[in-house]
Write a protein that binds this ligand. Structure first.
Ligand code: SAM
Length: 344
């Protein structure tokens, strides 16, 4: 049986063209989804090449393994985990260096379009929003326990919602009346009542749904960890290709590439040798007008491409620094969300 929900891959040809440096290499697709990128990559590899896929969603992993849409190719394997754990996945396979890493961030259409997953205000369903349903706290459980301040911070900082405080107050009042929000429909209705001015062409719940999804899945922290891991695993000349769908994640990718591409001078020790760069920024690519017409989900996509230099690869080079831990609240993680994807 084929998968009930389909996903149209964004920037398919551009991503594979940017990622591929050798047909014999080991590549990681850190966000398998329904395998649009992984399949196109396999088609371009030699018999020696390999694709190691990762997805934190059990449904995505099952789609790769069983059913009509499975990937039956000895050069392919899939692993149920976060791409933040890239190093562990590769170490278990005895792989020290990869030829490229692709991250196509956010949620897939099969996730958004399945009411049971709770990502969308277009359908009524349980307010879950976890990509990995085997662990963690659902959005409903978070809203059932968090205080007004924490809820306000999440909605404001991850959704850039001006009415975050009003929404949080309405959520807490409803909970205290013994009727906590448990479904996407209930949340969308509550937000519509709390948001006083409407944005043209956008449902009032868009920003709140995006904020909760980012928080529940610790999306920004996972991204930072995945990028740090990549730096240690990409071979010299290997490519890092990241497709983002909102400004919070694109800012993390952009800042990471800029930081690692610069010859940094330590201001506290200006006469010390410059820190050599571990990445070279290669490209920033947006979908064509034709692609956006054919697939509106592509409209907010930005793909950034960087290449690993040989600095620090043989050991003894600069380390990627400590991995960030998940903050108790999201304050200070950045602003400027274009709340227009994945929260429909
Ligand atoms: C936009 S879809 C990828 C679509 C895929 N490129 C394709 O062509 O079918 C994003 C996928 O990444 C997964 N994902 C998001 N964050 C992840 C993470 N930190 N680790 C692993 N998978 C993640 C989601 O579960 C979802 O299946």
């Amino acid at each position: 049986m084929s998968a009930p929900f389909q996903h149209t891959t964004v920037l398919l040809a551009e991503a594979i063209d940017s990622l591929l440096t050798t047909p014999d290499g080991v590549y990681v697709d850190g966000t398998f989804g329904r395998g649009g990128h992984a399949r196109a990559l396999l088609a371009r590899l030699s018999a020696k090449g390999r694709v190691i896929a990762i997805d934190r969603d059990v449904a995505a992993v099952s789609a790769a393994a069983v059913g009509d849409a499975r990937v039956s190719d000895p050069r392919f394997s899939i692993h149920h985990t976060s791409f933040a754990n890239l190093g562990t996945v590769l170490a278990a396979q005895g792989i020290a260096r990869i030829a490229g890493l692709l991250l196509d961030l956010g949620v897939s259409s099969p996730q958004i379009d399945d009411p049971a997953r709770g990502f969308s205000f277009r359908f009524d369903g349980p307010l879950d929003m976890r990509m990995d349903t085997t662990r963690g706290e659902s959005a409903a459980d978070f809203l059932a326990r968090a205080d007004e301040r924490h809820i306000t911070e999440v909605i404001r900082d991850y959704g850039e919602e001006r009415f975050a405080l009003q929404i949080a107050k309405a959520l807490v009042a409803r909970r205290e009346s013994g009727n906590p929000v448990r479904t996407t429909g209930e949340l969308a209705k509550l937000v519509a009542g709390a948001v006083r001015t409407r944005e043209a062409g956008q449902d009032p719940a868009t920003r709140t749904f995006q904020a909760l999804r980012i928080f529940v899945n610790a999306e920004l922290e996972e991204l930072e960890q995945g990028l740090s891991a990549a730096l240690e695993l990409l071979a010299p000349g290997a490519r890092l290709v990241v497709i983002s769908f909102h400004s919070l994640e694109d800012r993390i990718v952009k800042t990471f590439i800029a930081r690692e591409s610069r010859h940094e001078v330590d201001r506290r020790a200006p006469f010390a040798p410059e820190k050599p760069h571990r990445l070279r920024a290669v490209a920033r690519i947006k979908p064509s007008a034709d692609e956006v017409r054919a697939n509106p989900r592509a409209r907010s996509a930005i793909m950034r491409v960087a290449e690993r230099t040989d600095v620090g690869v043989a050991g003894g080079g600069p380390s990627a620094g400590p991995l960030p831990s998940r903050p108790a609240s999201p304050r200070g993680t950045g602003r400027g969300t274009s709340a227009d994807e994945g929260s429909t």
